[in-house]
Design a protein around this ligand. Structure first.
Ligand code: MTE
Ligand code: MO
Length: 320
């Protein structure tokens, strides 16, 4: 019997993560995997949705009401098809290419200035963390933006788990390196792997979020599966995807984009409409799925949470 199901992106935004929808979806996927209800070709799921994820039952996570939006959520289809993930190409449509990434097993190395260096399996880490859903704005330095229901755990909880020494001042993060899987990494003019970094204070800020899910499901590969960072007050390039290593250090990390073009992409990269990028204005943003532009907010609207982190740093190149 042909079954017609609504795809994720056909859900209206107010329905983004109601439990029923996703529970039903999981049952369908399981049944489809077992071959019980669906013959081949009756409908096609996006390629990545058909793969069972061992952490799938953790979603949807309970929404944390503390983080509210001033705009509708971006449609799932837009947020998961319009990506920046240079490992898979410099164009926005890399979702298909990204499916080559194997996200299990996934081990994370924790090293540098910590009590004890270790490697941890992602699913073991997930057992130690409490997942929650948060609605956050996301502002790319290229002046487009979206609003996304992410699931994950506070980076502060991860830092506690890692037990850094008091001499650690920064966290340096690294994306996987595998040019066989990620053709962009064959482009030798880029300094692979992708690196990002934050101060310990930024990592401990309540907004800093390690993401494992999106739209009430495991995060898709093209959005940085199985573990990515989200720092909603900073330009999107700070939100490093598919992380394999966290190093605690007393030296300020030099990020991928800072190495590529240091006069355009600095360490702090806090969203600021008053500081133009050398090649374009940051005053407004193109909201994905919406025709009109809207004004960009300082700290992307999160000043009450983060502005204090930068007291006394006025002489730094804070925002570019
Ligand atoms: N490893 C890695 N992480 C990355 C990038 C990338 O190219 N590689 N792009 C960054 C940029 S510029 C943005 S805007 C966001 C995009 O996240 P999204 O595709 O989920 O919207 O990821 C960031 N993290
Ligand atoms: Mo970006």
């Amino acid at each position: 019997m042909p079954v017609r199901r609504r795809r994720g992106w056909e859900l209206c935004e107010s329905e983004a993560t109601p439990e029923g929808v996703f529970l039903r979806r999981r049952e369908l996927l399981k049944a489809a995997a077992a071959g019980s209800i669906l013959g081949p070709g009756l409908f096609s799921l996006p390629a990545w949705a058909a793969e069972e994820d061992p952490s799938a039952e953790l979603y949807p996570a309970k929404q944390n009401p503390r983080y509210t939006l001033d705009r509708p959520l971006t449609a799932e289809k837009l947020a998961t098809y319009y990506n920046n993930f240079y490992e898979f190409g410099s164009q926005k449509t890399i979702a298909d290419e990204a499916q080559a990434l194997q996200v299990r097993p996934w081990t994370i190395k924790i090293d540098g200035l910590v009590d004890k260096e270790m490697t941890v399996d992602l699913d073991d880490l997930l057992k130690k963390m409490t997942l929650e859903e948060r609605l956050y704005r996301h502002r790319c330095v290229e002046a487009w933006s979206m609003a996304v229901p992410w699931s994950g755990f506070p980076m502060a909880a991860f830092v506690d788990f890692a037990k850094p020494l008091s001499s650690a001042k920064y966290v340096r993060m690294e994306t996987f390196l595998d040019p066989k899987v990620a053709p962009g990494q064959k482009q030798v003019w880029y300094p692979w792997p992708y690196i990002e970094g934050v101060t310990i204070a930024e990592a401990g800020n309540e907004l800093a979020f390690l993401v494992t899910g999106m739209y009430g499901k495991p995060v898709p590969k093209q959005d940085g599966a199985p573990l990515r960072l989200v720092l909603p007050w900073k330009y999107g390039f700070k939100s490093v995807k598919s992380i394999v290593r966290f190093s605690f250090t007393d030296k300020r990390p030099v990020s991928f984009w800072e190495t590529v073009q240091g006069d355009e992409y600095g360490f702090w990269a806090n969203v600021n409409p008053d500081v133009p990028h050398p090649r374009w204005s940051q005053a407004t943003e193109r909201v994905l799925g919406v025709d009109a532009r809207r004004p960009t907010l300082k700290w992307n609207g999160y000043g009450e949470f983060v502005a204090h982190l930068y007291d006394g740093l006025e002489k730094e190149r804070l925002f570019a």
